[in-house]
Ligand binder design. Structure first.
Ligand code: ZN
Length: 414
């Protein structure tokens, strides 16, 4: 694994090869926009929008629609209905489109939902302490929405229209693995040349994410035949026995630290002590470094599962992708190099982080094959911890400069 110092050196080399002039007018405008962005944070954090909070998500939808209308966007709602493995999605996803004068098509994405239940805000209200602002969801991902809206404001104020179109996508179920919005993300990404994704970055060092591993599940349902366990057990088909054998005949499919990780994690069988169980179910957790490795793994698992012990048992296997793996492409690397160079031009450093375990919507956007850059939101910490989530306010001007300058360069094909 590369150390932060190694990565900094690489970043320095990249940035040196593409020295950029500073746009002083844009930088001054980004600095002047800081207070307005903080007011947006206050507003968005004040709306409790847990993924399953229909009223809160509706309030977010309304607020974002107003902001996008003010920026000249045409806004459509895309009802998000879906559920899988206990994850549910019920809010509307917002897509806004602004046509330009020609040039590249750019998509910006962030999520409206949080992991917090209603009532969290009362216990952990928004407050500012020095350079830091606190509040549930402030970094993940309301800061991302705020950076998008205010970067677009900077471009509007400047009269910048040298793009084919700018599309924004704000989904409402990222914290539910985007179960009801993933197709929308991939299909919208397909219509664009570049996708900028606005999850938060850590505070020090700020950086971009070069990849995330994928997450999947395998669900097995076994149907046997019930029979009295004492009187005539031989007339039954024991689903629990088949489940136990299935676990043993698949256990060595786990490929270790650099391969596909495969582990049975949940099981259920039987209803009463004195009956041969007619039903059993198993759930496995799967992690994969690349989508290709996952695809190669699936037939192996299917073959092992099909090799059943009790021929009269019925076995159903469903292999599902919760999140695809995301690996930055060559084009994506060039996108990251641009961002690094922009940051460097104003005296700041952006690290490119090695592949991490956590997932984001960048992975669904990347399925389009288009270049994706992730972690353009605000630098923050304490995500998913109700009383300690915060962002670094001092970074706001440079984050706005980064996004708006990146859009300008990409739009003009530079
Ligand atoms: Zn997030």
């Amino acid at each position: 694994m590369k150390t932060i110092n190694d990565i900094s050196k690489i970043n320095d080399q990249l940035a040196d090869s593409a020295a950029l002039a500073v746009d002083q007018q844009l930088l001054a405008a980004a600095e002047a926009e800081k207070c307005a962005l903080i007011r947006t944070l206050l507003c968005l954090v004040g709306i409790e929008s847990g993924s399953t909070d229909k009223a809160g998500i509706e309030e977010m939808n309304y607020q974002i629609e107003q902001e996008l209308n003010d920026l000249g966007f045409s806004v459509t709602r895309h009802p998000s209905k879906g559920s899988s493995e206990g994850r549910v999605s019920l809010g509307d996803n917002i897509v806004g489109v602004l046509k330009g004068n020609g040039g590249k098509n750019i998509m910006l994405q962030a999520h409206q939902d949080t992991v917090y239940q209603r009532g969290t805000l009362e216990k952990s209200p928004f407050y500012i302490d020095g350079d830091f602002a606190y509040g549930p969801g402030i970094a993940d991902d309301k800061g991302g929405i705020a950076v998008i809206l205010h970067s677009l404001k900077l471009l509007k104020d400047r009269g910048f229209k040298d793009f084919g179109s700018i599309t924004v996508l704000f989904n409402t179920d990222e914290e539910q693995s985007s179960v009801g919005s993933k197709e929308l993300i991939t299909s919208t990404a397909q219509l664009n040349d570049y996708i900028l994704s606005f999850e938060p970055t850590i505070i020090n060092p700020e950086g971009l994410i070069s990849g995330t591993s994928g997450i999947g599940t395998a669900t097995v349902t076994i149907t046997g035949k019930a029979a009295h366990a004492g009187a005539e057990p031989e007339k039954g088909v024991n689903a629990l026995v088949e489940a136990a054998d299935l676990i043993l005949r698949t256990a060595d499919l786990d490929q270790g630290p650099n391969g596909v990780r495969f582990n049975w994690t949940m099981a259920e069988a039987g209803e009463v002590r004195n009956a041969i169980p007619a039903h059993a179910s198993l759930l496995a957790d799967i992690r994969f470094p690349t989508n290709e490795m996952f695809e190669a793994f699936k037939p192996e698992l299917e073959a092992r599962v099909a090799n059943q012990k009790l021929v009269d048992a019925k076995i159903e296997l469903v292999i599902d992708t919760t999140r695809p793996a995301f690996d930055v492409t060559e084009e994506g690397k060039q996108l990251m190099d641009k961002a690094v160079a922009i940051y460097k031009s104003i005296g700041h450093q952006l690290i490119i982080f090695p592949k991490t375990g956590g997932g984001s919507d960048a992975a669904f956007a990347a399925l389009s094959g288009k270049p994706v850059i992730e972690a353009l939101g605000l630098p923050g910490a304490g995500y998913h911890t109700s009383n300690a989530e915060y962002v670094n306010l001092e970074a706001i001007p440079r984050r706005l400069y980064l996004t708006s300058k990146l859009i300008m360069l990409l739009a003009q094909g530079e």
